[in-house]
Design a protein. Structure first.
Ligand code: B12
Length: 294
């Protein structure tokens, strides 16, 4: 087996659901620039910083010759929601921690496989266009809901990347788009935040309930659909998610109830949500949002 295939099998053995290889060419700037020019990032000021690095992986990590794109299925199975809803990605252990742990293992394997290799790994927080890199590495296509959609797991996957200094042959990019004429995601978005392939974060419930800084925007009160942390509507309606398979990563099994109808004390919150994305967002955020739930 060649080096690349040995790395791929190791990644699958470690629990990654899909693995692809791509070269570190620049990312077409059109989408990001258009998104920023419409101020769609709202208060996520970090999206305006390091634009050059985001669009050019070589500027982020000059020795990079190959990018390994990794996807992990986190679908937790059928969820029965009460009055309020916490999105599926936040029900298990904080994915940043889980993916970092998995990627570290793969990273050690790669170091053994390629002595002297220089490598860095990223998940979510670095200036990396993770969805486009995943598409280029052949993992899936970018759907109208702006999600990276895989044929096997739908869009219920987290993404991460390992940048390495070794040149390995790239995989075939995913060129086909399987959304066709369907636009259920766009039609179902509770706040009208979605247009095909474009998301105005300022209106998106995921942004409002997790990322937004400052007072809760008016739209949340007007269009409240029960989502109090994240929003899964544009994924729930996607036909590619109908055949989703339950994750086999233990850390992604729900460790908190999917609904939270009253605010616990700060101490209780910290204890109950230890290690989850809710804890990462902080007590004050959830407190603010819950005041809008009647
Ligand atoms: C900022 C951010 C958000 C913002 C803005 C989301 C957005 N659509 O831009 C908010 C807070 C709203 C958000 C919400 C969510 N997020 Co988020 N988020 C990010 C982050 C940090 C950056 C995304 C970004 O660069 N946005 C700017 C736009 C321009 O880029 P884009 O996301 O790639 O989206 C564009 C493409 O789809 C583009 N497009 C279409 N065709 C093409 C072709 C090319 C060449 C390019 C470049 C782009 C492109 O159109 C979109 C423009 O609107 C990434 C992590 C990362 N570093 O990439 C996670 C990430 C995208 N988020 C993720 C998740 C899980 C979510 C939520 C599902 C969480 C939830 N349940 O609430 C929702 C989904 C909402 C949605 N429909 O996007 C995952 C997505 C995994 C996947 N399968 O796609 C990521 C990759 C994190 C991770 N490491 O797993 N997120």
């Amino acid at each position: 087996m060649e080096k690349k295939e040995r790395i791929r099998s190791k990644a699958l053995e470690l629990g990654f659901s899909k693995v692809g290889f791509t070269s570190p060419e620049k990312i077409p700037e059109k989408f990001l620039i258009q998104w920023l020019s419409r101020r769609a990032e709202g208060t996520m000021a970090y999206m305006r910083r390091n634009i050059e690095l985001r669009l050019d992986p070589r500027k982020l990590f000059p020795p990079v010759k190959t990018i390994i794109s990794l996807a992990v299925n986190y679908y937790p199975g059928k969820i029965h929601y009460g009055k309020t809803r916490i999105s599926r990605y936040a029900l298990g252990r904080d994915y940043h921690r889980v993916l970092k742990k998995m990627m570290k293992r793969l990273f050690y394997y790669i170091k053994e496989e390629i002595p002297g290799v220089k490598a860095r790994f990223f998940v979510d927080s670095a200036p990396v266009m993770e969805r486009e890199l995943a598409r280029r590495a052949g993992l899936g296509w970018i759907g109208k809901n702006t999600m990276l959609i895989t044929k096997e797991y739908g869009s219920w996957v987290f993404l991460g990347e390992i940048f390495i200094s070794e040149a390995l042959p790239p995989d075939e990019p995913f060129r086909k788009n399987h959304c066709g004429t369907c636009s259920l995601c766009v039609e179902s978005c509770p706040t009208g935040a979605l247009k095909p392939y474009f998301l105005d974060a300022r209106l998106c419930l995921s942004y409002i309930t997790v990322e937004h800084k400052g007072e809760v925007p008016e739209i949340y009160r007007l269009k409240n659909s029960g989502w109090i942390f994240g929003c899964d509507t544009c994924q729930e309606v996607c036909p590619w998610n109908r055949r989703a398979q339950r994750t086999n990563i233990k850390d992604f099994e729900p460790r908190i109830p999917p609904s939270l109808d009253s605010l616990p004390s700060k101490k209780e919150f910290e204890k109950r949500f230890q290690g989850t994305a809710l804890k990462r967002a902080g007590y004050e955020k959830i407190k603010k949002i819950l005041t809008f739930i009647k």
